[in-house]
Write a protein that binds this ligand. Structure first.
Ligand SMILES: Cc1cc2nc3c(=O)[nH]c(=O)nc-3n(C[C@H](O)[C@H](O)[C@H](O)COP(=O)(O)OP(=O)(O)OC[C@H]3O[C@@H](n4cnc5c(N)ncnc54)[C@H](O)[C@@H]3O)c2cc1C
Length: 408
């Protein structure tokens, strides 16, 4: 295989790399997808039971991406012949004057729910589960849903293979270079084996800073964080009420702590409610048992549940299941989607990274953008759909460590 030239070599088989491999292979490109660990491993960011999709973003550049991505999820499901996405309503709530909430509701086209007891507006039955603190507001939107995470990654890998992509796992990329003269990209894995491609796409999640540093010596501000998914026991009698079948929404709660949830689905009788963020970590030296205080990722969630969903979820014994995961944070929480650049690589290597705990829903659109950048030098169809890539450039951090950061 070493001598076989590929059009595109994709490094890293999480959701982004798997979608990019599928998008490039669907265009007829000869694609190689390389993964360091076993396929569908649990050591990165794309594993597990569920991720949410929503269009309510404080930053106006995300809703068009989400909408295109939503269509691409449907296309992929149709091609695969099975579903990974369960549509649900989505609910955003928090203090009425929270600027991020106000912007997210406006940008996502969400509709404010009438307050309990208000006449004239219809409140969905599930709204009664929440007891909003004084001064809070809630808005629901139709574009919501739960993706089965690992199943979705497997789906895109299977679709990529169906379109002719070659997939190799246990293949850690240790070096990427450009050949003199021909200008091909050479990718070397830890066994010493080398692969040649016209272009390379790097989608290595929490390992991005390390790999980019070793490849071109540049510092990309992508900070790995340890985070925790928590499943809590639903109180007896309320199990059905909090399910997707009963129409219960995915939700996001703004304010001092950002809390998110998916309806009771994957483990009957349990509901996932967790907190955005976590302490910094080294992806190669993780402390799986993060110990007393659990990085501050459990207690604030329990307090929030007791206040906002009283009587519905049992917090007394703590979460029933805890599943560790990693975020790859940029200082402004915007993605990095760009050519690696520099004299050696120019447009030869494309990077997709820094998905900052909110990228999964956008996997199919990011995959398409990365593939278009690699194959065409620009993301034409994505831009036609209103996706603005200038927000994701690497040079936004030059002389400006906080990048696009805005005060919300
Ligand atoms: C707890 C949690 C909840 C989340 N919830 C949501 C949500 O509800 N909605 C949403 O949209 N997003 C959500 N996200 C974010 C989303 O899951 C991530 O943005 C997304 O999975 C990132 O995918 P990735 O492909 O960039 O990274 P990864 O999945 O980590 O993939 C990178 C891959 O590269 C491989 N790799 C690394 N180095 C090398 C190398 N040298 N050679 C070869 N391979 C290599 C890794 O092994 C890994 O498989 C959540 C994330 C977490 C952790």
């Amino acid at each position: 295989m070493a001598a076989q030239p590929f059009d595109v070599i994709v490094v890293g088989a999480g959701i982004m790399g798997s979608c990019a491999a599928h998008a490039a292979a669907s265009r007829g490109a000869r694609v190689l997808l390389l993964e360091r660990f076993d396929l569908l491993h649990h050591r990165g960011s794309s594993h597990g039971e569920s991720r949410t999709i929503r269009a309510t973003y404080p930053q106006p550049h995300y809703p068009p991406m989400v909408r295109l991505s939503r269509r691409l999820w449907d296309d992929a499901q149709r091609d695969a012949g099975y579903d990974v996405l369960t549509p649900t309503p989505h609910l955003d709530f928090g203090p009425k004057d929270d600027p991020a909430l106000v912007a997210a509701v406006a940008n996502g086209g969400a509709t404010e729910l009438p307050a309990a007891g208000d006449e004239g507006g219809e409140r969905p039955k599930w709204a009664e589960v929440f007891k909003l603190p004084e001064g809070w507001t809630a808005a629901s939107s139709e574009l919501g849903g739960v993706m089965k995470a690992t199943k979705a990654v497997a789906m895109f890998q299977a679709l990529a293979v169906k379109m002719g992509a070659v997939v190799r796992d246990r293949a850690e990329v240790v070096h990427v270079a450009r050949t003199q003269g021909e200008g091909k990209i050479v990718v070397r894995i830890s066994s010493g084996e080398e692969f040649h491609g016209a272009k390379c796409i790097i989608t290595v999640g929490a390992w991005t800073s390390k790999l980019v540093k070793s490849v071109i010596g540049a510092d990309l501000p992508v900070q790995p964080l340890h985070t925790l998914i928590c499943y809590w026991k639903v109180k007896p009698g309320h199990e059905h009420e909090l399910t997707t079948e009963a129409g219960f929404p995915t939700f996001a709660s703004y304010g001092d702590t950002y809390i998110y949830s998916t309806p009771s689905m994957e483990y009957p009788g349990l509901i996932k409610i967790a907190m955005h963020g976590g302490p910094p970590c080294d992806p190669d030296g993780r402390d799986w048992a993060i110990g007393p205080g659990e990085g501050g990722l459990v207690e604030p969630v329990a307090r929030w549940i007791d206040e906002v969903m009283p009587g519905h979820v049992d917090t007394a014994g703590g979460p029933v299941l805890r599943q560790p995961c990693m975020y790859s944070m940029t200082p402004d929480e915007d993605f990095v989607i760009d050519f690696l650049g520099g004299e050696e690589f120019g447009q030869g290597v494309v990077v997709g990274a820094g998905f900052s705990g909110h990228g999964f829903k956008m996997g199919p659109v990011v995959g398409r953008i990365l593939a278009e950048m690699a194959l065409d030098g620009q993301a034409g169809t994505a831009e036609e759909a209103g996706v603005e890539l200038r927000h994701f450039r690497i040079d936004r951090f030059e002389g400006n460590p906080m990048g696009n950061a805005r005060i919300f």
